[in-house]
Design a protein around this ligand. Sequence first.
Ligand code: GCW
Length: 693
Amino acid sequence: GEPSVHPAWLPSEAFRALGSRRVLVHGDGPLVDTVETEVTWACSRFGGQALVAPYRDEPVDLVLALRWAGPLPAPATRALAPLNETGGGLGDEGFLLTRVGDTTVLLAGGPAGLLYGLYHVVRLGEAAFDPGLPTRRHRPALRRRMLDHWDNVAVHPLMGQVERGYAGGSIFWRNGGPRRDLARIRAYGRLLAACGINAISVNNVNVGGTEARLLTERLGDVAEIADVLRPFGVRVHLSVTFAAPVVLGGLPTADPLDEKVRSWWATTTRQVYERIPDFGGYVVKADSEGQPGPLTYGRSHADGANLLAEALAPLGGVVHWRAFVYNHRQDWRDRRTDRARAAYDHFAPLDGEFRTNVILQVKYGPIDFQTREPVSPVIAAMPATRLAVEMQVTQEYTGQQRHVCYLGPLWREILGFRPWGEEGRTVAAVVAGEPAQGPTRTRSGPGGGLVAVANVGDDPYWCGHPLAQANLYAFGRLAWDPELDPAAILDEWIDLTFPPTATEDPALVRETVHAIMDDSWRTYERYTAPLGVGFMVNPGNHYGPQVDGYEYSPWGTYHFADRDGVGVDRTRATGTGYTDQYPWPWRDVYESPETCPDELLLFFHHVPYDHVLHSGSTVIQHIYDTHFAGVEQVEAMFRRWQLLAGVIDPALHERVTDRLDEQVLSAREWRDHVNTYFFRKSGVPDARGRRIH
Ligand code: GCW
């Protein structure tokens, strides 16, 4: 049968190497206690020895120590004394790993570093004790590595307990109140620490009446979660409604420039910190898809964000202000309005007006978490603003955790994208807060980091699809080090989740899971909306194909297919002018169909079906070919997975088989809808004569 809660990337077996050693933990404080608890448990499980004070002078295999943690007993002193001198620059989350004689030594710059170091040692397994272990300093590239839960407290009539959640109910809330499964939350905190995530927001950015009260009457429920997550280095944030002074405070207005409104936020925020001293701050979706915001009062987004920032600043909190603002009541007949332009048009003029504890949180693409979008031009347009990029781990538009779709490669591409061309910074550098070289006006100071919408629920496998756990893991790892190779992250994840020591054929497991997952994002892209055009999904639930689902709707996501061609003209020459929002070279690269990358062609251009791509294929033939190929690849995934029957846990195997069954059906559905649609529109037959219905 299914486990009550699957251990994900922390099965006990993953602790074997560490747990069978003699391990000394040195330091004090709540996070060090967490490390000690882990070590003690692992050693009792695997026959090692956890050493606690007073230490005897005998050799140890592993020392986990905080830097400058006071006088050390003999075995540790010998190893640590010289390192303690040179071990600066680790920051409070970093650590140094090295060998001193026969001992592996981990020296952490701060308590969180000790925790991350511990899980790093777990990840390394036996390799952590290799005499040839190289000395390495580890520090997160991004300070802020956050997950946003779109969890509702009250069940929403349309969206349920978790908006865009595909893994059952919420781990925090149920039927209007706290779920109080603290063991589950603890297990979650542990998983988060083990992949490097250090902040979460515990409720949906669409804030309903019940959710609004988390800030005041229901603050105790939030404090309880914060207490459980604190020992794992995870800070808790809240999504708040901009109308809170009205709906909670009984004020006649929420105008950000109103004195009473300001003092309401100041007082309320102080009360939050009295209960949760390390509270992270607020997340705000304002003037977006019906949420209230400052525009109602004729004030700007900067006025709105600064209002909350001012209340949080003396207490050490930040505001994550979302840039996902656009007109969702557009007239489809109006070809001039372009949703892709909206975030830039709203926010770029406000650059430099936000307080330093405002983080402007920008979705990676200009539209909405599609399988393929260009990188948002906002990222290059606000040098004087602290920016965070928002990803979507929950697979709203990428198969809803029924389809295998490993998103590591997508995120890696975005993070490595250089908005100013080859010589300029990457997106990762922007969100890390690295200033530009040269005389440009850029802010210095910490960046806004990475944020993602979470994909867990109360499902026994956390994510509905067991393989979707890899997405959560990969997000954390990329936020720690945006230069990691997604395939290498997958290696880590596979070895942790299916420990080689507990599997009959570890090589087969690795090979099979890689073969299924490595390219699964591109496979998903092949059988769904083509060439960056996006959507073509069923409206509302966003699952499965409906090519014209949004074509005549107010949401602003159109493909404009007719008998002659398809795609959105976003050029400045003849289209919506969106390409103008990019700096050189991309403003020119995207402007011309000659230079625009194939995978984004229909995002930027309306072209005839016989337009020839760089690949040499015509647009129409590309649509046919990729849709046939995508389905074949999914069928191959299914066959491959059967190789693992009897090799891995049968319940997990069966769950994935069920999901792959659905993925095959859904991919065929996509192929046939899309191919038939374009065959009927264009009248162009498949050059290879395959059956199109
Ligand atoms: O992707 C869209 C979703 C909405 C979501 C919104 C947002 C939380 O369909 O469900 O609302 O984006 O990011 O605010």
